[in-house]
Ligand binder design. Structure first.
Ligand code: FAD
Ligand code: DHB
Length: 391
């Protein structure tokens, strides 16, 4: 099998890249190790930056998002039983975000790819990328019980944190920057209308909590839990009780409860793999970097990477100049590190570490107080949340 761009992974990065290349008249093949149902159901991100929503629209993948997605013009910060709303458009010259789940983005892109695009093979597991440093890189993969080879002009590893692509970059060329956190998120989906019309980020002495949503009828909520927590160790009632404590306000706000339909624990990590390119192998999305989820940057970063790659490859085709492809890693990493900084700041602003001292607690409250009382500090948060420009 032969193609121009071999794409490993059909998460948001791989699927959007295939669509952008298709629109530019460049052929690709997508290899995805899981089945379609799994990819379409995996509960993860929920918030699209304005730039991400604009890219999906321009790619012809925004119709259902514009019908069913919820535009959000702000978030609420909750601390010390107080509430503070951050108004995005007022602080950023009109920017906002979109609540539209990753599952739905993937469903829309899969349907488009199968109807109009190049091959998208499910249950096709990439085993290795070979000859990345040459003009003829190859992906060895297993599909329907057989081993096969995909010969490419370029390979893009969109295979997430646990993928194989980045292993093809020689270790002596690689620098990894990493930080783990001594806590994770217990996330639930519940069949109950969200108790607030915008997301609520709560800092509490018992730990962080987040109120989000998937639709006007479905709530998505998260609780900070100790590292290694088993989701099943929490009963539904314990989860609601704890959420209620952490969201408590001095006014008469109430948390509505409903049937919990899913629960799982996500570990938290910051991770950057440099460089994001070796020869004709390019890394995009979680394959190259992870942010802790606070502030919802992961999917949006993946979108920035593939937009940068598609633009660079189109430029090379149209002008013959490899300039943008050569700058790929640098261009992406500038934005990646801004998102790493933002996600780290949001995480340390709102989570309580197990060894937090009273001094740490007071500092956290002072940081929140600063955001609530200074337009400059609040603007910095609003700009980061609504998104940094693509390359
Ligand atoms: P992935 O989505 O991980 O996709 C990689 C794909 O590659 C997978 O389908 C995998 O099956 C496939 N694959 C792996 N290995 C192979 C192989 N060897 N061969 C073939 N295929 C392979 N981000 C946000 O922007 N906003 C949010 O609100 C947000 N909330 C989050 C909440 C949670 C609980 C979690 C866990 C994450 C959240 N994120 C959020 C992060 C976001 O989900 C990820 O950053 C995003 O999925 C990255 O997309 P990706 O395509 O790079 O990788
Ligand atoms: C969601 C996830 C996040 O990490 C976040 O900061 C906001 C919302 C969500 O899954 O809805």
């Amino acid at each position: 099998m032969r193609t121009t761009v071999g794409i490993i992974g059909a998460g948001p990065a791989g699927l959007l890249l295939a669509r952008l290349l298709h629109n530019a008249g460049i052929d690709s093949v997508v290899l995805e190790s899981r089945d379609r149902d799994y990819v379409e159901r995996r509960q993860r991100a929920g918030i699209l930056e304005q730039g991400t929503a604009d890219v999906l629209r321009a790619a012809g993948a925004g119709q259902r998002m514009d019908r069913e997605g919820l535009r959000h013009d702000g978030i609420e910060l909750r601390f010390d039983r107080r509430r503070h709303r951050v108004d995005f458009p007022a602080l950023t010259g009109g920017r906002s975000v979109m609540v539209y789940a990753q599952t739905e983005v993937c469903k829309d892109l899969i349907a488009l790819q199968l109807a109009e695009g190049g091959p998208l093979l499910f249950e096709a597991e990439a085993l290795a990328v070979e000859d990345a440093g040459t003009d003829t890189p190859r992906v060895r993969f297993r599909h329907e019980g057989r081993e096969d080879v995909l010969e490419c002009a370029y390979v893009v590893g969109c295979d997430g944190f646990w993928g194989v692509a980045r292993k093809a970059i020689p270790a002596e060329l690689v620098q990894v920057f990493e930080r783990t956190y001594p806590f994770g998120w217990l996330g639930i989906l519940a069949d109950v209308p969200p108790s607030h019309d915008e997301l609520v980020y709560a800092r509490h002495d018992r730990g962080f909590a987040l109120l989000s949503m998937r639709s006007p009828a479905v709530s998505r909520l998260y609780l900070q839990v100790p590292d290694g927590t088993d989701a099943e160790a929490w009963s539904d009632e314990e989860i609601w009780d704890e959420l209620e404590r952490r969201f408590e306000t001095a006014d008469d706000w109430r948390l509505e409860r409903g049937p919990i339909t899913q629960k799982s624990v996500t570990p938290m990590r910051s991770y950057v793999h440099e460089p994001m390119r070796h020869g004709r192998l390019f890394l995009a999305g979680d394959a190259a970097h992870i942010v802790p989820p606070t502030g919802a940057k992961g999917l949006n970063l993946a979108v920035g990477d593939v937009v940068t790659f598609a633009r660079a490859l189109t430029h090379q085709r149209d002008t013959g100049s490899p300039e943008l492809l050569d700058a790929y890693s640098q261009t992406c990493l500038r934005r990646v590190w801004q998102a790493e900084r933002f996600s780290y700041d949001m995480t340390t602003l709102l989570h309580r570490t197990p060894d937090a001292s009273p001094f740490d607690d007071r500092l956290q409250l002072a940081r929140l107080e600063r955001i609530a009382s200074s337009r400059a500090a609040e603007t910095d948060l609003a700009e980061g949340y609504t998104g940094f420009p693509f390359g």
